[in-house]
Design a protein around this ligand. Structure first.
Ligand code: SAM
Length: 282
């Protein structure tokens, strides 16, 4: 049988291809198209609206950095909000901390159901944890309306096209700020700035206007093509880039975390920016 390839068309200038060794699911929900397939190198791959969201092989890098950098930056985070994150990978990492409650606000019920069914290696049993409250609704609407406050808000969104676009707007970030506890931290995925530099600049401007500590950190996630991925990390009282390595190590030991990418040294180093990225956030 002829080889089948998935070609990601996120960027107009170049395409990345992944061989589809086994098709697991192809369909459409009310919000987006969903493709799940298996590749011999990468394991299972989740694609939404023709854009790779996560793969079994490299999801640990993205999800560990998204979850543990903000959670380790606080001495005692109890209440966490995840916006998006339908695959459950970020949720699984958050639940490794002794938090009281995780509210996950995901737009697409079907994405969650498909990931629970086909991507168990990514979400584990996270959705069954009694600390989890899964709400199926628009994350932007939720932060605009809720009276609740969170120590950490994690935005695990799709790219700023389609239903995820509202999760990159200054108004959304302002509403997130309102929903944070005084030393709370907002963390966002901010694309691959070598290619999506505008995304970083727009978020940096919004964070700079809203937060005392607007910061960005980076990690290379191989299947997000084009170099290091940027993560936003904004807070009124906590500079996540300046927590002492010794304190991070103490918290890591205390919380008994056994991780594959995140470490206290990586945490500090991830905030280092080459001048061309600094210029994009200035
Ligand atoms: N790690 C991924 C990446 O960077 O490509 C993102 C993973 S996660 C699957 C993205 C999730 O955001 C999807 O499940 C999608 O349904 C959800 N989403 C998109 N727009 C949303 C919105 N406005 N409110 C809540 N969830 C949203």
């Amino acid at each position: 049988m002829a080889e089948q390839w998935f070609n990601e068309t996120l960027h107009p200038e170049f395409q990345a291809g992944i061989r589809m060794d086994r098709l697991i699911h192809r369909g459409s929900t009310a919000f987006q198209s969903v493709l799940i397939f298996e590749n011999d190198l990468l394991g299972r791959v989740l694609v939404l609206d023709e854009v790779v969201q996560t793969t079994e092989r490299d999801e640990f890098i993205y999800h560990e950095m998204l979850a543990h950098v903000p959670l380790m930056s606080l001495s005692n985070p109890r209440e966490v909000l995840i916006i998006g994150g339908g695959d459950g990978g970020c949720l699984e990492e958050v639940l490794k901390h002794p938090v009281d409650h995780v509210t996950m606000v995901e737009l697409d019920r079907e994405v969650v159901a498909l990931c629970r069914r086909h991507l168990g290696n990514i979400c584990g049993q996270a959705f069954d944890d009694p600390r989890v409250e899964l709400r199926i609704e628009d994350g932007a609407k939720f932060v605009a309306e809720t009276d609740r406050r969170f120590d950490v808000i994690i935005v695990d969104s799709t790219d700023p096209i389609g239903p995820g676009a509202v999760l990159f707007s200054p108004k959304f970030y302002e509403n997130c700020r309102r929903c944070l506890t005084p030393d709370g931290i907002l963390t966002t995925q901010n694309g691959v700035p070598f290619i999506q530099g505008e995304e970083l600049t727009v978020s940096a401007r919004a964070f700079g206007a809203l937060f005392a500590h607007p910061r960005f950190y980076f990690a290379a996630v191989p299947m997000y093509m084009g170099g290091a991925m940027a993560f936003g990390c904004a807070s009124q009282a906590t500079d996540a880039g300046l927590v002492a390595t010794s304190e991070l190590q103490r918290r890591l030991d205390q919380r008994g975390l056994d991780l594959a990418y995140y470490s206290p040294t990586i945490h500090g180093a991830a905030f280092a920016m080459p001048p061309y990225l600094q210029a994009l956030t200035a």
